[in-house]
Design a protein around this ligand. Structure first.
Ligand SMILES: CC(C)(COP(=O)(O)OP(=O)(O)OC[C@H]1O[C@@H](n2cnc3c(N)ncnc32)[C@H](O)[C@@H]1OP(=O)(O)O)[C@@H](O)C(=O)NCCC(=O)NCCS
Length: 365
């Protein structure tokens, strides 16, 4: 499938401008419509993310583009930088925009052209949950991106309390169940990093590949609203009674007043396959205030069979299928000009200068 393009008549009328020429007031209606779509499709209250994005827009620190037709804003896209990686945060075009998908592809092409030509960027990642499979991937595959199918799952929670699972399994495995606490930051990041060594999800999100990256991942989840508002009371760990080493972690956020979202679940390698994942999931569900929460949601890679089996047996079902998009430029050095040590990229050079690298925190993981 090829990327759709606007009709020649429309294409000449559509203007694509740098996002940093626009302020929060100008983009608010577009972002508010986008928030409504997040709510409808994912039961996700996007307002906190919207406010953070609007703040960044007013600070003119978000690289991206805006599409306009006769001066009217139709859509936007933005990315954030994490070291040498660019994460495409979101792309949204008004529902009533003419040739909506073609305008979306035009925005993607502009963003990719800049990111591909920037020698400082060696990796581009994105997970755009509002787009169904195949809607936008042609624009990415033609640039050499790898596509990873992902699922958004949900589990409807009953109005009556969910029974607490038996703790016998913890005694057998010599583990303590402990609530999240900020002093477990470092140990949790170490567990996350170790759990994803050689895992498919570390091909999708390279933060998992290092301890530093896993700390950053955790920091984004706990401190920023991109993945919902972190809920320490719905986040639990399993700790070895003898060694004090962490064996498992489940982290949850509130993505709407009545919807919780699992942002992380991992069990250390030696503890897998004994029912601990199932225990943590059931324990977390049983501790969510009943009658208050109506659903628990999460995302999982379609090829992650152990996780998918766990979630299916716990009562989760698919709400939508989307795609994670990854370009590792170092795999195609002939296509992308990646600086060698002998010729390091300079901040003022070429297209790099078009997107200055002022720091912004990702709006979503
Ligand atoms: C996915 C993960 C959390 C499962 O935890 P676990 O403690 O090993 O799972 P459990 O022992 O509780 O098993 C629960 C169910 O999953 C199934 N399962 C567990 N490991 C499996 C495997 N390797 N292959 C197939 N099924 C598996 C079990 O059969 C069980 O299903 P059942 O209740 O129908 O018998 C764990 O493998 C893990 O941490 N993986 C790495 C990180 C990860 O992928 N996290 C999820 C990201 S979305």
């Amino acid at each position: 499938m090829t990327s759709p393009t606007p009709s020649p008549q429309l294409e000449t009328k559509i203007e694509i401008l740098d996002l940093r020429h626009f302020n929060a007031r100008q983009l608010r209606p577009l972002l508010e419509e986008q928030a409504q779509v997040w709510k409808k499709r994912l039961r996700w209250n996007y307002e906190a993310s919207t406010e953070l994005l609007l703040k960044y827009l007013d600070q003119q620190i978000l690289p991206g583009f805006v599409a306009l037709l006769r001066g009217r804003i139709l859509g936007y896209c933005f990315c954030v930088y994490e070291g040498n990686k660019a994460v495409i945060g979101d792309i949204y075009v008004l529902a009533e925009a003419p040739s909506r998908l073609a305008v979306t592809h035009t925005l993607i092409r502009h963003l990719l052209e800049v990111l591909e030509a920037s020698p400082e960027i060696d990796r581009i990642e994105s997970q755009l949950l509002l787009f169904e499979e195949g809607q936008i991937s042609p624009a990415f595959t033609s640039s050499g991106f790898t596509i990873y199918p992902r699922l958004f799952l949900e589990c409807d929670l009953p109005a009556t309390p969910i029974p607490t699972p038996s703790h016998d399994i913890l005694a057998t495995a010599n583990l303590d169940l402990i609530p999240w606490s900020p002093n477990l930051y470092q140990a949790s990041a170490e567990l996350i990093h170790a759990s994803y060594i050689g895992h498919l999800d570390s091909d999708i999100n390279d933060q998992y590949r290092s301890l530093h990256g896993s700390l950053r991942f955790l920091h984004n989840i706990v401190r920023f609203p991109g993945c919902g508002i972190f809920d320490p009371e719905a986040s639990w760990l399993l700790r070895d009674r003898a060694t004090n080493a962490l064996a498992a972690v489940i982290l949850c956020s509130r993505v709407a007043p009545d919807v919780a979202h699992v942002t992380q679940l991992c069990i250390a390698g030696p503890y897998r396959g004994y029912g601990l994942g199932k225990f943590l999931l059931q324990h977390t569900m049983s501790r969510l205030p009943s009658g208050h929460y109506r659903a628990l949601t999460l995302t999982v890679s379609e090829a992650n069979e152990p996780a998918l089996r766990l979630y299916t047996s716990a009562g989760f079902h698919q709400r939508l299928r989307f795609e994670a998009l990854v370009l590792d430029k170092t795999v195609h050095p002939e296509r992308f000009k990646i600086p060698t040590q002998a010729e390091p990229a300079t901040e003022g050079s070429g297209l790099f200068a078009a997107f200055s690298r002022k720091k912004a925190t990702p709006a979503r993981n």
